[in-house]
Design a protein around this ligand. Structure first.
Ligand SMILES: Nc1ncnc2c1ncn2[C@@H]1O[C@H](COP(=O)(O)OP(=O)(O)OP(=O)(O)O)[C@@H](O)[C@H]1O
Ligand SMILES: [Mg+2]
Length: 473
């Protein structure tokens, strides 16, 4: 089911803004790093333990159906709602769906509370997220020169304007492919971009014929060293002629295009850089600019240059949205270019935020619920908790002593799966303090004296003497 790009995929080029992906978003999924996908068989059935996912078979199969619907583009205008108790794997399921869709499909996770900002309107945050989830695959056939650099000789000439110094009048670049070699005589401005990309003899590069943009693909593998750890990427010698037509593909999102166009196009001098630092508060992209971007994009699509790739918006803790956001969400879902929407919540019946009388299932108003397919996640049995704990211990590189797994499983059954998982790291620290590399039962025992799980804590504060404040009024 993997949709990863094949090795023959065309190389992306650098004529457009780089696709965004802030590091803050990646750090949030670290506790799910063992989840590699939904782990379904070819027929869409969930075997008990696959791709890091344990149990939760019904929900996984349901999500598999949704993935198929998304892939065949039959899910737009609808939403998937994952509902279930805390720590039952809703966020994990959403991530697994994103893995199944492949890297080329934009996946934008946000948490319901992210819409509340003093600088940007809530609806603005939502529509920006939706725009970021609509990908655009731009295909261009370009005339390029591609090959391994065999020669790089700048030719200097006297500067005609001043008596001193010399300027580069042109540069000779030799390129080699499997089929042949070619020597190019290039403009000094191209020499500048060559210097910028730090290209040296032995690199594989391509140069766009009509723009002169230079792109370093990697180092030719003829120069590969025998070190095991290196930051260099080695690529084979390009096939075909040096001068050829090549299809280049670039993936961007509508959100990228919006921000790229909204940023004031300042110069490269220090003052405008400083200015943009001071003004780095989030600026709103105006509706007018969006329409302008849409118009250009539509033109590209009509010409067959670009293709729209609808992605996925994942809103975790959706009950944190308020009634205004929900109505806006309805409107967004019905817009002609809507991404797939996945929502997750751990609330049962609760008040819809922003109202004081509408109580609804999952804290989501009925009109939005009506547009949702709802998938419920089940709580885990003791064996399943044990399995997940074992998987996480392997991922975190922790060794468990005898009976520790059993003990953690019963903790997990009493409290929640997440509590059991959360005990792992502190337990490993206690084990380290005791000079062991393996977690033993006594570490877990000590932890239970040090920390409370949610349920015990709740019981403690619910006692008649007023809990922690010792009965003070
Ligand atoms: N079936 C499963 N197999 C493997 N790991 C799981 C499974 N279910 C949950 N986990 C792991 O358990 C932890 C808690 O799950 P997750 O964060 O997805 O819960 P959640 O349903 O989103 O909870 P909340 O409602 O509190 O947001 C995560 O580290 C997740 O990767
Ligand atoms: Mg969650």
């Amino acid at each position: 089911m993997s949709a990863a790009g094949s090795s023959s995929a065309p190389v992306p080029h650098n004529a457009l803004p780089p696709p965004s992906g802030s590091s803050a978003r990646t750090s949030r999924i670290a506790s799910h790093s063992h989840i590699k996908g939904l782990g379904l068989s070819g027929e869409g059935l969930a075997s008990n333990d696959n791709a890091g996912f344990i149990g939760q078979t019904n929900a996984r199969e349901a999500c598999g159906v949704v993935v198929d619907l998304i892939k065949s583009r039959k899910f737009s205008g609808r939403a998937l709602l994952l509902a279930g108790a805390p720590g039952t794997g809703k966020t994990a399921l959403a991530l697994a769906i994103s893995h199944e869709l492949g890297v080329k499909v934009p996946f934008c996770p946000i948490v319901g509370s992210e819409v509340y900002s003093t600088e940007v309107k809530k609806t603005e945050v939502l529509s920006e997220t939706f725009r970021r989830a609509i990908g655009l695959r731009i295909k261009e056939t370009k005339e390029v020169y591609e090959g391994e650099v065999t020669e790089l000789t700048p030719t200097e000439a006297e500067n005609p304007l001043s008596g001193y110094g010399k300027t580069v009048s042109h540069v000779i670049v030799g390129l080699k492919t499997v089929k042949g070699t070619k020597q190019l005589r290039l403009d000094p401005s191209i020499y500048e971009s060559i210097m910028k990309e730090k290209i040296v003899v032995g690199d594989v590069v391509y140069i766009e014929a009509n723009t002169g943009a230079v792109k370093r693909v990697g180092r030719s593998d003829a120069y590969a060293s025998s070190y095991d750890l290196e930051s260099e990427t080695y690529v084979p010698l390009p096939k075909g002629d040096v001068h050829k037509r090549k299809q280049l593909v670039q993936d961007v999102t509508l959100g990228d295009l919006d921000t790229a166009n909204a940023r004031p196009q300042g110069g490269q001098d220090i003052m405008s850089v400083m200015g943009s630092l001071v003004r780095s508060g989030r600026t709103e992209v105006t509706e007018k600019l969006r329409r302008e971007v849409d118009r250009v994009v539509k033109g590209y699509v009509d010409q067959g240059v670009a293709e729209v790739v609808p992605g996925v918006v994942f809103i975790d803790e959706v009950h944190m949205l308020d009634i205004e956001c929900f109505t806006y969400l309805n409107a967004l879902l019905e817009s002609p270019m809507a991404p797939t929407v996945i929502l997750a919540t751990n609330r049962g019946r609760s008040l819809v935020r922003g109202t004081d009388d509408i109580v609804s299932a999952h804290g989501v108003p009925v009109d939005l619920l009506d547009r949702c397919l709802i998938v419920k996640t089940e709580t885990y049995s003791r064996e399943q908790v044990a399995k997940v704990v074992q998987v996480r211990a392997n991922v975190e590189g922790l060794k468990l002593g005898s009976n520790v797994l059993d003990r953690l499983a019963s903790e997990g059954e009493k409290a929640s799966l997440r509590y059991a998982l959360q005990l792992l790291t502190p337990a490993s620290i206690l084990a380290g303090l005791a000079g062991r590399t393996q977690i033993e039962l006594e570490d877990i025992g000590e932890l239970n004296e040090l920390f409370l799980d949610a349920k015990t804590s709740a019981r403690a504060v619910n006692t008649t003497d007023g809990g922690f404040n010792g009965g003070l009024p």
